[in-house]
Write a protein that binds this ligand. Sequence first.
Ligand code: TYM
Length: 333
Amino acid sequence: KKRVLTGITTTGTPHLGNYVGAIRPAIAASRDTSSDSFFFLADYHALIKCQDPEHVASSSREIAATWLALGLDTEQAVFYRQSDIPEITELTWVLCCSAAKGLMNRAHAYKAAVQVNEEAGEDPDFGVTMGLFNYPVLMAADILMFNAHQVPVGRDQIQHLEMARDIAQRFNHNYAELFTLPEAVVDDNVAVLQGLDGRKMSKSYNNTIPLFLPEKQLRKHINKIKTNLLEPGEPKDPDDSTVFQVWSAFASAEETARMRAEFAAGIAWGEAKKQLFELVNDELAAARERYNALMEDPGYIESVLKRGAERAREHSAPLLAKVREAVGIRAMG
Ligand code: TYM
């Protein structure tokens, strides 16, 4: 059976970009019974970006509640927390010992940090932790530990998937054919959702629309989406508009075509945003209520994750045993 796996870093509140790029397609894929799905909270990844323990803990709870509220079927999909699977961190070390440092030097997140330092005239590695540098190896372990075939992600994660394949190939070549080479699955229509300022929606840019904002706040955020200064009646370019981009990530093909025509006919920004709010709110309103109820019941969330971890370890424990055997970490008698 084909195996689908994806994770989300537990920093900050999930936003529309995470929803459209990762959570919605992952939940849809989990309904397809011809494949097995593994979804997890990447809480050890969160430590790379956030050293505030309370924030790490509350983000994990919010993100778990988000997946459950959006209808993840936890009987069908295996839903767990990375930190509950000790085999993942153990495998990370083994993979570190065959992953090439030169490969990691090319990782986008690391290179971006170095570039910022260089531009500021600092030491290139100023503020760079080993966690940031090893990030792609931990991510490779997440994926390889479960022999995932397909990994639905946003475009920003493609390089990490290539690195995971490279790391798997090296291990398979050096020791034993234990790992499946994973593939990124990117939905081209909605690969990178734009944020309020038109750049990629991202917690690091502070331009997000959080997924379960109360209705009033959601309306306010949508009203804040940057638009150019065209008057009502002037034709607007849908392909250069965040309002339209978000619209098309939520609307059916027909509704998208209709909005395209409205743009050409010069719909007023206020009207386009009002319709966008209604569209997004309709899709999320019921889930928002479930989310609020779940946030009041952390014991339930914990029990779901614990059960998920047990199921996940049925796969990770035997595979890690094979890895240890393959590299020569063995019992002596
Ligand atoms: P993270 O937590 O940054 O993002 C989670 C998922 O959301 C996607 N995404 C977006 N998609 C469309 N538009 C956007 N504006 C947008 N912002 C984020 C991301 O591409 C991602 O798919 N390293 C990963 C988490 C991770 C992981 C893994 C993923 C850890 N281990 C193993 C897959 C497999 C990350 O930081 O994603």
